[in-house]
Design a binder for this molecule. Structure first.
Ligand SMILES: *Cc1c(COP(=O)(O)O)cnc(C)c1O
Length: 413
């Protein structure tokens, strides 16, 4: 048996009882999303031959093409690019932005600053780093979120009307900011308002952490994300995706590989089955991650910890923030998450000076795929309010145990 006290186990069972309605909502959502995925597998006649994959250039890879059609169908788009050649989500979103915004035009970030790793891609600041959008002559403007953490729709639409604007970036997840995550419906509404104001603007949605959290995916001209988050279902070993308008997806493919060849190449190296199978499991895995997040919120709120979102709130991504207000308690919680991981459970996470951060960061992650945050993980910058961001959980049963271990360590600290 895991080292979890009887009292903590009892609290866990009570929390589950209180959350039964919330969990039912996540299950219903997974049911709706699974039906859409299964329908796409059927209509694209998925067969074992598609899993064989390709080597070398990767021309005429049946499975790759079918999976890209499936992604496009599930996301309600014309075309898809689903590749292990994307190193991460940042790479996929970068290709989407280069596809969406020509030199001499301006990119508008719709809801405040984008995710940290996108700053270098865009070239925010005066330096215009080589290779960034700024280096190639793409301007940049940011519309801050409102005081309530919501998109400032009027200001965004006004900004999109400017003749120099080439693209608008909408980030679905709050990422590591204090604002609210956007629902698919909110993004679709914003997309339509922007297109009505200026049909020449391309809207790019950073869809990371949001896939399958809502019954429908948001509308956009391009959507992009990481395969070691939601849509990889915990099985995809690496990669990213871009879906959207055919012409724009083709341009993103030419950015990923080379102009003139684009998506025609890209060997799948025997990974195709994992990408298919992961996408098939993804709605259920996302439901597990959502349950794990709500469970942690319910337990920690009872300890007086500020949680965002609240346990029973509508969720639009899989991230749960917990404000510990104290470095020792924060570290104890992270140690518990690490101890509850299937991989590297025996190591103790320590805060370290991670490149790109202005203070030490602690990270708990014991994942089958390195850095996969659809697997249970928790990270926090070591500064007030000592806020941990927890996400993932391949199964609710294991996520629950990880959170119970974390609560136990927290109570002892
Ligand atoms: C994870 C994430 C990204 C991309 O990050 P990678 O670590 O490169 O996969 C971008 N935007 C958001 C909101 C994210 O959560």
């Amino acid at each position: 048996m895991l080292d979890i006290s009887e009292e903590t186990r009892r609290r866990g069972e009570e929390a589950c009882d209180r959350l039964s309605e919330v969990f039912r909502k996540f299950d219903k959502n997974a049911q709706v999303c699974t039906e859409r995925v299964l329908e796409a597998f059927r209509s694209n006649r998925v067969s074992e031959a598609m899993f064989a994959g390709s080597t070398g250039y990767g021309y005429d890879d049946l499975g790759r093409a079918a999976l890209e059609r499936i992604y496009a169908e599930v996301f309600g788009c014309e075309a898809g690019l689903v590749r292990i050649g994307f190193a991460n989500g940042t790479h996929a979103i970068a290709c989407a932005l280069f596809a969406a915004c020509d030199p001499g035009r301006t990119l508008v970030s719709a809801v405040g600053a984008p995710y940290d790793t996108m700053l270098g891609v865009i070239g925010v600041g005066d330096e215009k780093p080589r290779g960034s959008l700024a280096y190639y002559g793409v301007g940049y403007r940011e519309i801050p979120a409102t005081a309530d953490g919501l998109p400032d729709v009027g200001a965004i639409v006004d900004a999109a009307k400017a003749p120099d604007v080439g693209a608008v970036l909408i980030q679905r997840s709050r990422g590591y900011s204090g604002r609210k995550s956007l629902s698919a419906a909110q993004i679709t509404e914003l997309y339509r308002a922007i297109k009505a104001a200026n049909p020449n603007v391309n809207v790019v949605v950073d869809n990371c952490y949001g896939e399958f959290v809502d019954e429908r995916e948001p509308e956009g001209d391009l959507l992009a994300g990481s395969l070691i988050k939601n849509p990889g279902g915990g099985l995809a070993p690496t990669g990213g995706y871009v879906v959207g308008k055919q012409e724009l997806v083709d341009r993103a493919a030419e950015r990923l590989t080379v102009p003139g060849i684009g998506g025609e190449v890209g060997a799948t190296l025997g990974q195709s089955r994992l990408l298919f199978q992961g996408f098939f499991l993804a709605p259920t895995v996302v439901a597990s991650a959502l349950k794990t997040a709500a469970f942690a919120a319910e337990l920690m709120r009872a300890e007086g910890i500020h949680t965002d979102p609240l346990p029973d709130a509508d969720r639009h991504d899989i991230i749960q923030s917990l404000d510990f207000g104290d470095p020792k308690k924060l570290c104890a919680f992270c140690e518990g998450i690490q101890a509850g991981s299937p991989v590297d459970s025996y190591v103790t996470p320590e805060p370290w000076d991670m490149p790109g951060y202005d203070c030490p960061v602690i990270m708990a992650a014991g994942a089958f795929n390195n850095g996969a945050s659809i697997e249970l993980s928790c990270d926090a910058p070591m500064r007030p309010p000592y806020r941990a961001y927890m996400q993932g959980g391949l199964t609710f049963e294991s996520g629950k145990l990880g959170v119970l271990l974390a609560l136990d360590r927290y109570l002892k600290a």
